[in-house]
Ligand binder design. Structure first.
Ligand SMILES: Nc1ncnc2c1ncn2[C@@H]1O[C@H](COP(=O)(O)OP(=O)(O)O)[C@@H](O)[C@H]1O
Ligand code: SF4
Ligand SMILES: [Mg+2]
Length: 423
């Protein structure tokens, strides 16, 4: 959430680099370590000691504007020896130009598989089984690999959690950005080199001409993540999918990378799908939020509504488990239980065995019928949608919840639920 950033801790950052990065052997190691420390210190020095995150404007959705990306009924399954993993099972999402959509949920909810499905990068033995991914009026699920490769890196880009999965270890940082131009633009060599250095400068890398000659192992985690962002934004994509872009970084570098992404995206008008398990990141970055649970979207709303008036018991549980500045709680609230096995998901609502509200309101329908993702208020279009029988009856008609549960009510385990199995 917005608030005062922690003090920069250069010493911690240097320790982290030692722990996480491959340690190059030989006499070069000391030079590389010293180089990284100097460069990272320069990044850290950028942050004023008492930097305060300004309240940011939240972009309101224009109901008449067509979506840039519209995902409907997406199903992606993995055909494994132990059965069919229904990793993504009927996901609906939409993003307008210039909008930041946060996608949140516990680990294993299908966030990454949703992203890979949109990008046409689902690995074997996975397969997009159903649904449409409409990008600028074109269904991507119908495109060939060749047509998708033309879009990827140009109009559609993705940033991964681990830069290692996107950076080629045998190519210098600058070269990797030049390659993006080689694939998608007609620039000559000189122009490629100039633009690559310019991108490195834009993502805040000090001395970009020199850094362009560094290999990935010579870069710290934060620096490598900046190079990946530079690659992803090199062609000014219409849509950027960022999958846990800061999870592997320490808190100071994380704040810088988020600031950087926000600035670059605001300048270029790029739409973003920001995937994270961290609601704090969503609160800082997103205009809208989709909450995923067990391969489905269970609630979607603008960021303010989602935090102020969450409807789904899972969303309420997630928000209830967030630490609150100045709130002296003895322990964090957690949601009892775990995400169900996606090889054989339960009949009815997938959250049922963890849901206190179901017990409290004596809703037998929850274990008999699948709830649909429907508007909270009939007249509301898709402004705030929720998948829960607390808010709709069996025919999908909105209903008022008598004595609506508070987040704290929902996350307190009743006797009927297995206690002490929180994530
Ligand atoms: N290559 C794969 N083979 C089999 N199952 C997979 C594979 N990749 C992901 N899954 C399964 O798909 C589900 C969703 O995974 P994922 O999208 O990575 O979750 P998240 O990103 O939300 O943590 C999980 O149950 C996971 O085990
Ligand atoms: S549909 Fe029923 S079990 Fe599912 S979240 Fe709503 S109340 Fe709980
Ligand atoms: Mg993931």
């Amino acid at each position: 959430m917005s608030g005062t950033r922690p003090d920069p801790t250069p010493a911690d950052d240097e320790v982290r680099m030692e722990v996480h990065d491959p340690d190059p052997a030989g006499a070069d190691a000391a030079r590389v370590a010293a180089d990284r420390a100097i460069a990272d210190q320069a990044l850290i020095d950028d942050v004023p000691d008492e930097a305060v995150v300004e309240p940011r404007p939240v972009r309101q959705r224009d109901p008449d504007e067509p979506a840039l990306l519209d995902v409907r009924g997406l199903k992606t399954h993995f055909h494994t020896r132990s059965g069919v993993v229904q990793a993504v099972d009927g996901v609906d999402l939409s993003v307008q130009r210039g909008e930041v959509l946060g996608v949140v949920g516990e680990s294993g909810c299908g966030k990454s598989v949703t992203a890979l499905s949109i990008m046409g990068l689902v690995p074997y033995p996975g397969k997009v089984e159903a649904g449409t991914v409409t990008f600028d009026d074109q269904d991507l699920t119908g495109l060939s690999n060749r047509q998708m490769s033309r879009l990827r890196g140009d109009r559609l880009s993705m940033i991964f959690q681990q830069p290692g999965s996107a950076l080629n270890p045998v190519h210098r940082a600058g070269r990797q950005i030049e390659e993006v131009y080689e694939l998608h633009r007609d620039y000559d060599d000189e122009e490629q080199t100039r633009r690559a250095a310019d991108m490195l400068r834009q993502v805040g890398i000090p001395d970009p001409e020199r850094r362009a000659r560094a290999y990935p192992h010579e870069l710290s985690g934060g620096m490598a993540q900046r190079v990946m962002i530079a690659m992803a934004l090199a062609c000014q994509p219409d849509l950027l999918i960022a999958d846990e872009p800061t999870t592997a970084l320490d808190v100071t570098i994380q704040a810088q990378i988020l600031d950087l992404m926000r600035d670059l995206v605001a300048e270029s008008g790029t739409a973003v799908v920001l995937i994270t398990h961290d609601l704090g990141v969503v609160a800082e970055m997103a205009d809208r939020v989709a909450v995923m649970y067990a391969g489905q979207v269970v609630e979607e709303a603008d960021v303010i509504t989602l935090f102020e008036d969450p409807k789904h018991p899972y969303t309420r549980g997630l928000i209830g488990s967030m630490p609150v500045l100045g709130d002296r709680r003895e322990a964090l609230e957690t949601i009892p239980g775990v995400v169900p096995n996606l090889v054989d998901p339960p009949v009815g609502c997938r959250f049922a065995d963890r849901c206190h509200a179901r017990v409290e309101h004596d809703l037998s329908i929850c274990t008999e019928q699948d709830p649909e993702l429907l508007p909270v208020v009939e007249t509301d279009g898709d402004a705030h949608v929720v998948r829960c029988f607390l808010h709709h009856d069996a025919e999908g008609r909105p209903r008022a919840v008598e004595g609506g549960s508070t987040p704290a009510d929902v996350v307190t385990a009743p006797a009927e639920l297995a206690p002490g199995e929180g994530p």
